[in-house]
Design a protein around this ligand. Structure first.
Ligand SMILES: Nc1ncnc2c1ncn2[C@@H]1O[C@H](COP(=O)(O)OP(=O)(O)OP(=O)(O)O)[C@@H](O)[C@H]1O
Ligand SMILES: [Mg+2]
Length: 343
């Protein structure tokens, strides 16, 4: 008996026993931790602790039904958790062996995390399908128009083929990003750490983005004090990807002005800021900006060729380097993404 008591006490699931008067006869610590807001459970009625109409209804049903059938129900907990509840009727035998009183054993399982993961999965599949369908529909549309006769017009032919090519590139980029993310998440992409000069990485990336910036009339400034920063341990390709993604965003979401990349040493960490004087990010979106596929303005981002995976990848890479990343932004004034890496 002692052993069974210990098992129930240690279960990471709420267990409660109630009698016909809905008096609580027993509850395990998990149940009390989840539902008891003040005082002790002793002498309390079940409805003092949990007064969910649907749950009370189910309890009544189990008590009044003659069939010894258990019942399952999903409810919301006080902290908005999702709880799956199983109510099992049980007849307590008296010493004389006669069944005289029925109780209910209730099991409360917190399934909030599972539900969240399910939802993320569902959203993810919906997002991927949608992102693939858009360019695919264009490719199909233009190909059909060509097959319908536009093929004979050389100028139109070239124009349409260019569009098809652009959409195919978009799909390739999306699939590449998805593969990168999936590998990062399943740790299939081991990072090759080596001592790196962050200044080299930044200036290499900036060189590659110069044309894109110039076309928009944006000036890129690097601010790194020579010789101040020791080498940092990191994966070169991945850190380049981080800087590319952040600088690319800074340019994409700035209409005119300056993009500034600052790197400095603080105690034993390296801090890099990518500042822009662009459109900024609304306060309400900041918390979600690193989520996969999250974009402030889906239409605008898509027009610019974005899929909303860039920052999710960046965050994974920085975390894989034991670093931190965050963002500060003022709508209409500009944005600063900052990351740190241990030195
Ligand atoms: N510097 C910035 N200024 C303003 N908004 C930004 C900035 N960087 C990111 N954002 C916002 O965050 C969203 C997510 O950025 P992220 O880089 O993940 O995706 P994206 O740029 O839309 O697409 P891609 O996958 O091509 O990078 C963007 O759509 C944009 O709304
Ligand atoms: Mg981006």
């Amino acid at each position: 008996m002692k052993l069974l008591e210990a098992v129930v006490r240690e279960m990471q699931m709420g267990v409660v026993v109630i009698d016909r008067d809905k008096q609580i006869l027993y509850s395990n610590p998990f149940f009390e931790k989840t539902f008891l807001t003040v005082g002790s459970i002793e002498g309390k009625k079940f409805s003092d602790i949990l007064n969910e109409a649907a749950l009370i209804g189910s309890i009544n049903k189990v008590f009044t039904s003659d069939a010894n059938k258990s019942c399952e129900i999903t409810i919301r907990g006080k902290g908005n958790q999702i709880l799956e509840v199983r109510l099992v009727p049980f007849s307590i035998e008296s010493d004389s062996g006669v069944d005289n009183s029925k109780v209910i054993i209730g099991f409360f399982q917190d399934v909030t995390e599972e539900k969240k993961v399910e939802e993320i999965k569902r959203d993810f599949v919906a997002n991927v399908s949608h992102e693939l369908r858009t360019p695919l529909a264009s490719i199909k549309g233009y190909a059909e128009t060509l097959l319908d006769g536009a093929l004979d017009d050389k100028v139109t032919l070239k124009k349409f083929l260019n569009i098809i090519d652009r959409h195919a590139n978009r799909m390739t980029a999306l699939i590449e990003d998805l593969l990168t993310l999936s590998k990062l998440e399943s740790h299939q992409m081991p990072m090759a750490f080596e001592p790196l000069d962050i200044k080299n990485i930044i200036s290499g990336v900036i060189q590659g983005c110069e044309k894109q910036a110039k076309d928009k009339g944006i000036e890129i400034v690097i601010d790194i004090t020579d010789g101040e920063i020791p080498k940092v341990m990191g994966d070169k390709g991945r850190l380049e990807q981080v800087v590319v993604n952040l600088v690319d965003n800074a340019i994409k979401y700035t209409n005119d002005g300056v993009v500034k990349v600052v790197a400095k040493k603080l105690d034993n960490i390296l801090k890099v800021d990518i500042e822009d004087t662009g459109i900024g990010i609304p306060e309400k979106d900041i918390a979600r900006i690193f989520e996969r596929f999250y974009r402030v303005d889906k239409g605008r981002s898509r027009e610019l060729g974005g899929t909303g995976l860039g920052l999710a990848i960046v965050k994974h890479i920085i975390q894989g380097h034991n670093g931190k990343i965050w963002v500060e932004s003022q709508l209409g004034k500009g944005t600063t993404f900052s990351f740190t890496l241990p030195l």
